[in-house]
Design a protein around this ligand. Structure first.
Ligand SMILES: O=C[C@H](O)COP(=O)(O)O
Length: 251
């Protein structure tokens, strides 16, 4: 069974001092933990990755980006290349988050190209998928996940360079989550789809659940079959809450 990954997506929050303090706090907790049962990752805003990566270097706390461009360099004002994130010490990059898909019109093909760019720089692509509430109510969640996996998974995806994050859009930041049975069903479906696209790698690719994960529901969610970790938004901005989510794995 894959070691669980607890990933914090800070989104567009925190300035340098508060972000660095939060990262240091987590790094210290991790350094004091003997043989942690999880990998711990934070994805700060791009503006503060550099000081944070420097502050936590050697602690075991992983640092990642929230997005990258698919091109290695060039005339793309305001964008960030995967190699720039790798250059700062990032190990992971989130791609295709629903907020990027919604706010920036990112489609599956673009997500696959971003994932490929991250992987080409030696980083792990965390590919986000998930249905809207309307799609869920129409009973189309499995088809949406299937379509997004088919379109967003780059050629050459392996268990080492790819993580899938299932985030039902209606659960993000709302305090609502699917039931445990629904999460288990969807993750099993995602595993089956991975087996279709990358048969040799499917069993090892980690599938995270995201959407209103908090200390009070983490133990149940993280105990489910095919739930290999969590992608945490709001609760990752507080060291106690994020750490409690990671600690829930062992309980
Ligand atoms: O990337 C993280 C997700 O969008 C979940 O956010 P949330 O934990 O605030 O619901």
């Amino acid at each position: 069974m894959a070691r669980k990954l607890i990933a914090g997506n800070w989104k567009m929050n925190l300035l340098r001092d508060e972000g660095t303090a939060l990262a240091r706090d987590l790094a210290l907790r991790l350094a004091r933990t003997v043989d942690p049962a999880f990998d711990l990752l934070i994805c700060p805003p791009a503006t503060i990755i550099a000081p944070i990566a420097a502050a936590v270097a050697g602690s075991g706390l992983l640092v990642g980006g929230q997005d990258c461009h698919s091109a290695p360099s060039g005339a793309h004002t305001g964008d960030i290349a995967a190699r720039m994130l790798a250059d700062l010490g990032c190990s992971h990059v989130i791609v295709g988050h629903s907020e990027r898909r919604q706010d920036h019109g990112e489609i599956d093909l673009m997500v696959a190209e971003k994932a490929r760019a991250a992987q080409a720089e030696g980083m792990v692509a965390i590919i986000c998928i998930g249905e809207t509430e309307a799609e869920r109510n129409a009973g189309r969640a499995p088809q949406i996940c299937s379509r997004q996996i088919a379109g967003s998974l780059p050629r050459g995806a392996t268990a080492e360079n790819t993580v899938i994050a299932y985030e039902p859009i209606w659960a993000i930041g709302t305090g609502r989550t699917p039931t445990a049975a629904e999460v288990a069903d969807t993750h099993a479906h995602i595993r089956a789809m991975l087996a279709v696209h990358v048969p040799a790698e499917a069993a090892g690719i980690r599938i995270l659940y995201g959407g209103s994960v908090k200390p009070s529901n983490a133990a149940e969610l993280l105990s489910l079959a095919n739930v290999d970790g969590a992608l945490v938004g709001g609760a990752s901005l507080k060291a106690d809450d994020f750490w409690a989510i990671a600690q829930a794995i062992a309980k």
